[in-house]
Design a protein. Structure first.
Length: 738
């Protein structure tokens, strides 16, 4: 266990390093640059350096590659003492186009005691570096005249169209009367005369049309020397009167042999006549093997020193990969439950449970009712309960077992949801004094997240009941519906559930969903309990009162219990009732129990469709009075597809009502098609046909209703609370084993 803890610490340490370095890189990209248009300043320095002299000398370096070990510490001192007037990079001064690379080369070049100019090469171009080069140094192609000599810098990266450059170069040279002409282009126009190991076509100037056009201009205007880089070697070619020099030994990794070695080219330009050049080779090592090892060391040293951010990123990433691989290969995994866990010590003593929920009574909904029933069962078992829930303003302060959090603001079209103040210190004080043994969470965000945070701070186990399909509530969230429905909701549930010790789900299909989205914690299947015996009690006087109040007569009664909200799919029921009424002569009425922000719109639609005599929106009904509606009814109908269980369906079944519902995650495990009801696809004809069958066939309706009553018998509150206590005990035992 100590080794696992150490690996976990190293893992998060490396993760923190990655985040810090990446954050710093982002900062470099958005922070204001400290230098710009350096070429303009450098050209002025060059003019000043050779003022009054017709002769001068300069060095050409290629493939600096942000090298500290070679260029900064070895070559720059040689350049500063070589009696040069300026330095030219033939390309690849940076090892990449990132912000940190440009800042690093600026620091390196600042050590030069003479001016410098840079050729725009492939390394300068990558990672959006072309924009940085333009801002920090200047145009990608340009020309300057020094004394009576012409220096031309071309872009071989495809950033600038080559045809435009060739037209510009032709017009420039057509008017030029310089004694010597030098061209600097990062990609070599000609291949070396010897075999180059590991080279590729992209290492040379392309496309072929660009190369041909440049060679034609070279022949036409007698260019003296063309300097290139991009290969880690020294090579020279001759074509007519033009010398082609590839110099790539100012940094990076070389082979330290006769062709690939550290060097720079010194060019002497006299007052009149042709320029001459010489190779200034950096002498390192003696034995051939030592020379190559020294080259490798300089390369690694440069990566670490100048590109240290990338080096740290690489080390951190490799460490994370190694830890992940170690855990995958060497950590033994047992995918079966631990059957040796002894949970009896926690079953035989009363527990102190704290429950955190985003809504609770007097708000009427499936989650509050489920919590209330669980608390009732746990109280009977001798446990103590503290419910942490929002304040609704309609309760008293003497609720000893409920901690009401003040509401920050109200949400929903009818203000039915309260956003609680989870930042109140009063909550922490109450929890500290209460000292819960376990925390039970009922939502994966806000108050639920507060409960998880408190549990982690106090190092106590957490159980999370997955009540609600969040993706079906996208219309309540101030985010793009598609984004929340298809990505955020599932990621939120997965992230939250994997932080809990155990998850309770009401159905097998819900467990399957959680496994699919990546939940790896233990999952227990336990449907919410119902007060089965309550729904067996029939109060004839109250049932008759309802029948008289709504002038029902001999009509068959359909009942649905649902919040009047988008996710409950009430519009489908309205459309299906129209279809059903056209298929049967049996008189029937539908009563929809529940309140919600859609009530006004739904009522208007009912009237517009001419259904006011058939469909009645009853509104909110107290939980203890719903049984009378179930006893009044003949059939229970349901169209919601956002349920994880559909608790009202079990309540209706316990009252002996057959069910017609849409097939979905919470319905599929409860409604047994053709046995205790019907579950259909979201098809008006299919759903309405099932309703008509139950309306017209009394025997079928009676048989399915009796089967429904028998099925619901196994879902009593007592059984529910007992199973949850066993889940708590298992969680304690599992946590103790860890």
């Amino acid at each position: 266990m100590k080794r696992r803890g150490s690996l976990k610490f190293i893992f998060y340490l490396n993760l923190g390093v990655l985040a810090a370095v990446l954050g710093y890189k982002i900062y470099l990209n958005i922070s204001a640059p400290e230098f710009d248009v350096l070429h303009s300043e450098q050209i002025e320095l060059i003019d000043a350096a050779i003022s009054g002299s017709e002769s001068f000398s300069f060095a050409v370096v290629g493939n600096i590659n942000n090298s500290v070990g070679i260029f900064e510490q070895r070559i720059i001192p040689m350049l500063n003492t070589a009696d040069l007037d300026f330095v030219v990079s033939a390309g690849n001064a940076v090892s990449g186009g990132g912000e940190d690379k440009y800042r690093a080369i600026y620091g390196t070049l600042s050590r030069l005691e003479i001016p410098y100019l840079l050729t725009f090469g492939p390394n300068e171009y990558e990672d959006f570096g072309s924009f940085r080069f333009y801002d920090y140094f200047g145009p990608h192609f340009f020309s300057i005249k020094i004394a009576n000599n012409r220096l031309v810098f071309l872009d071989s990266t495809d950033k600038t169209p080559w045809k435009w450059q060739m037209r510009w170069l032709n017009d420039l040279l057509e008017q030029d009367q310089s004694d010597n002409r030098f061209i600097f282009i990062a990609h070599p126009p000609l291949k070396p005369s010897f075999k180059v190991p590991f080279d590729a076509e992209d290492d040379y100037l392309h496309p072929d049309a660009f190369r041909s056009a440049l060679l034609d201009i070279t022949d036409k205007y007698s260019i003296d020397i063309i300097f290139s880089a991009n290969l880690s070697l020294y090579a020279q070619n001759k074509r007519h009167s033009t010398t082609f020099i590839t110099t790539g030994g100012a940094g990076g990794l070389v082979l330290n042999n006769a062709k690939s070695f550290y060097h720079f080219v010194k060019v002497e330009v006299p007052a009149s006549g042709n320029a001459t050049y010489s190779i200034e080779r950096l002498q390192i090592g003696q034995h051939p093997l030592l020379r190559q090892l020294e080259s490798l060391w300089f390369f690694i040293y440069s990566i670490f020193y100048t590109g240290y951010l990338n080096f740290i990123l690489l080390i951190a990433f490799l460490s994370l990969a190694a830890i992940k691989l170690y855990n995958s290969v060497f950590t033994t995994r047992d995918y079966y439950p631990d059957y040796d866990l002894d949970s009896s010590p926690w079953l035989n003593k009363p527990l102190k449970v704290a429950m955190f929920t985003n809504n609770y009574l007097p708000f009427i909904g499936g989650v509050p009712i489920s919590i209330q029933r669980l608390c009732s069962g746990l109280h009977k078992a001798g446990d103590k309960i503290l419910i942490v829930a929002p304040s609704y303003g309609s309760h008293t302060e003497d609720e000893n077992d409920i901690l009401r959090l003040p509401s920050l603001f109200k949400a929903g079209r009818k203000n039915e949801f309260r956003i609680a103040n989870i930042f109140s210190l009063r909550t922490w004080t109450r929890i500290k004094n209460y000292k819960p043994d376990i925390i039970h969470l009922h939502h994966p965000f806000w108050v639920g997240a507060l409960g998880l945070f408190i549990a982690r701070c106090r190092n106590i186990p957490t159980v999370y009941t997955y009540h609600t399909r969040l993706e079906e509530y996208a219309h309540f969230v101030p985010l793009p519906g598609v984004l929340f429905r298809n990505l955020i909701s599932h990621a939120l549930v997965k992230h939250f559930a994997n932080k809990c010790d155990c998850i309770i789900v009401p159905t097998y299909s819900t467990e399957e969903y959680l496994r699919i989205i990546g939940v790896k914690r233990p999952i227990e299947i336990q449907p919410t309990g119902i007060e089965y015996h309550v729904f067996q009690q029939r109060d004839e006087e109250k049932v008759l009162s309802l029948r008289n109040k709504f002038h029902i007569g001999d009509a068959k009664i359909l009942v649905s219990v649902s919040r009047l909200s988008n996710e409950k799919n009430i519009d489908f029921i309205l459309d299906a009732i129209v279809t059903a009424s056209s298929k049967t002569h049996v008189s029937f009425r539908l009563f929809i129990l529940g309140e919600g922000h859609e009530r006004q719109r739904l009522q208007k639609r009912i009237e517009t469709m001419g259904l006011a005599d058939i469909i009645t929106l009853v509104g909110s009904v107290p939980p203890d009075e719903i049984v009378n509606w179930y006893q009044l009814a003949d059939i229970f109908v349901f169209a919601s597809r956002s349920e994880t269980q559909g608790m009202v369906i079990l309540e209706a079944m316990s009252a002996g009502l057959p069910v017609v519902a849409l097939r979905s995650s919470g319905i599929d495990d409860v409604v047994k098609d053709g046995i205790n009801g019907y579950k259909t696809s979201q098809h008006l004809d299919h759903w309405s046909d099932c309703v008509v069958r139950l309306l017209e066939h009394n025997e079928v309706r009676t048989n399915l209703g009796e089967n429904a009553r028998k099925f619901a018998r196994d879902f009593s509150v007592e059984h529910f609370a007992d199973r949850v206590r066993h889940i708590y005990a298992q969680t304690f035992a599992q946590r103790g084993r860890k």
